[in-house]
Design a protein around this ligand. Structure first.
Ligand SMILES: Cc1cc2nc3c(=O)[nH]c(=O)nc-3n(C[C@H](O)[C@H](O)[C@H](O)COP(=O)(O)OP(=O)(O)OC[C@H]3O[C@@H](n4cnc5c(N)ncnc54)[C@H](O)[C@@H]3O)c2cc1C
Length: 404
């Protein structure tokens, strides 16, 4: 059992993720500079590469080394909240528009990976959102009614179906969505970074941004430990770490730790879909080779996972393992092969935040609240359009001005 993010390891990737791009050690200029080489920064770069502008991407560590390489690889529709709660929080129209936006994201990721011939171990079998209690059952029934009214492709699976399919009597029913997939996210981000580089984008790793300054009223200077970039526009896509770069974001985007493990392969296929349970606090899938990947238990942490730490709380990993085995004894208690933690950026209202900061030429795109894969491409396109054209479809859904 090793403490290492599975996706970043040789066992999944074929090599341990190491530095692939140079460190910035000079004074550069660009039209746009992106700070952060996770899945979101990489998709912003991809969409900017369609325009005739120069782009530099700066990453503090290695590409996909933070949350984007430490998740469980679900691409899901919707937000972190069940749909009934999203309707309560944002209103029916907005909740539905966000759902449609994430459907668009899903399609874009599939289309782009096909066009660019990206192999990222996709398992395209939909998602199951499980009811783990009477209360969750009631809320999921409300959610499916609202989704059906809006003609969203989703089905109700009764308790008997879940019991038969999963071999456990402890669950109360589920929503099944056709949209939903499991991926190897580091393979996707690496491949997309190569595409970006071929399209002329300069990528620098091990290049931590230590300051962003406005100068001459319409230019931005980005300073790293060994170099700098002068640009017309900056985009901070550092998600959990946004407030470390821009202090004013400490009230808007907060760091939360999530933990996960993967087991040795088991011979039986228990699950095809990516699975969310207990209001999204626990989630699991079975990889193509039979390994079980399980995440969650943040709610059992006395600090609820708050903070930037990626240090592992082994008691939580053991608790999560016991929870899973108690639900699915037929898994046969396989050994854990890898376990790890990652830092997510939660926003004040649970939705991504896109827009300018106190510096009009410095944008932020972050606050994915545990669902960054569900937004990455579509929000990358939206951000690129805002930067290049000053407007974008759906920008009202996520615009920072909602906090004014
Ligand atoms: C255990 C776990 C399970 C998860 N499961 C899922 C899932 O199944 N599906 C899903 O959609 N989401 C999941 N998430 C959340 C998902 O990983 C994130 O929402 C997503 O990766 C956010 O992408 P990002 O590019 O915005 O952030 P990140 O991947 O965190 O990228 C931000 C980058 O900015 C860099 N950076 C920070 N500071 C600086 C600086 N000063 N200078 C330069 N660069 C800097 C970081 O090094 C990092 O690489 C999970 C997260 C965890 C931890």
């Amino acid at each position: 059992m090793i403490s290492k993010p599975f996706w970043l390891s040789e066992d999944s990737l074929g090599f341990d993720q190491l530095q692939q791009y140079p460190t910035l050690a000079s004074k550069e200029t660009a039209d746009v500079c992106i700070v952060g080489g996770g899945i979101v920064g990489t998709f912003i770069a991809y969409w900017l590469s369609e325009h005739n502008i120069s782009v530099i991407l700066l990453e503090k560590d290695v590409i996909a080394g933070a949350a984007s390489g430490r998740n469980t690889g679900f691409i899901l529709p919707g937000t972190v909240e069940h749909f009934n709660r999203a309707v309560f929080l944002y209103g029916k129209d907005k909740a539905l528009s966000i759902w449609r936006f994430t459907e668009k994201n899903y399609k874009q990721i599939l289309d782009i990976s096909q066009e660019e011939k990206i192999d990222y171990d996709i398992q395209e079998n939909g998602s199951l959102i499980l009811a783990g209690s009477e209360q969750e059952h009631k809320e999921l029934k409300e959610s499916i009614a609202l989704l059906s009214q809006a003609q969203v492709q989703a089905e109700w699976m009764p308790k008997s179906f879940v019991e038969e399919q999963m071999g456990t009597p402890q669950l109360f029913g589920a929503i099944k969505t056709k949209i939903g997939a499991g991926i190897q996210p580091v393979k996707l981000v690496n491949a997309l970074s190569s595409v970006n580089q071929k399209r002329g984008i300069s990528i620098f790793e091990k290049s931590s941004v230590i300051d962003i300054k406005e100068y001459e009223s319409n230019s931005i200077q980005i300073i790293t430990e060994q170099g700098s970039v002068d640009c017309s526009m900056a985009i901070v896509s550092a998600n959990a770490y946004t407030s470390q770069i821009l202090n004013s974001f400490s009230e808007l985007i907060f760091p939360f730790q999530g933990q996960a493990f993967v087991t040795d392969p088991i011979p039986t296929r228990l699950f095809n879909e990516v699975i969310y349970a207990n209001f999204g606090f626990e989630y699991w899938r079975q990889l193509k080779d039979g390994r079980l990947m399980v995440g969650g238990f943040r709610e059992k942490d006395p600090k609820k996972g708050e903070g930037f730490s990626t240090e592992i709380n082994i008691e939580l990993i053991h608790g999560l393992y016991d929870y899973f085995n108690q639900l699915f004894p037929q898994a046969g208690q396989p050994s854990i092969s890898h376990y790890w933690a990652g830092t997510m950026g939660f926003s004040q209202d649970g939705l991504p935040i896109v827009g300018n900061t106190h510096m009009p030429h410095c944008f932020v795109c972050g606050g994915f609240t545990g669902h960054g894969l569900g937004f990455a491409s579509a929000i990358g396109e939206l951000t690129a359009n805002l930067i290049v054209n000053g407007k974008a479809d759906d920008s009202n859904l996520f615009h920072i001005s909602r906090f004014n």
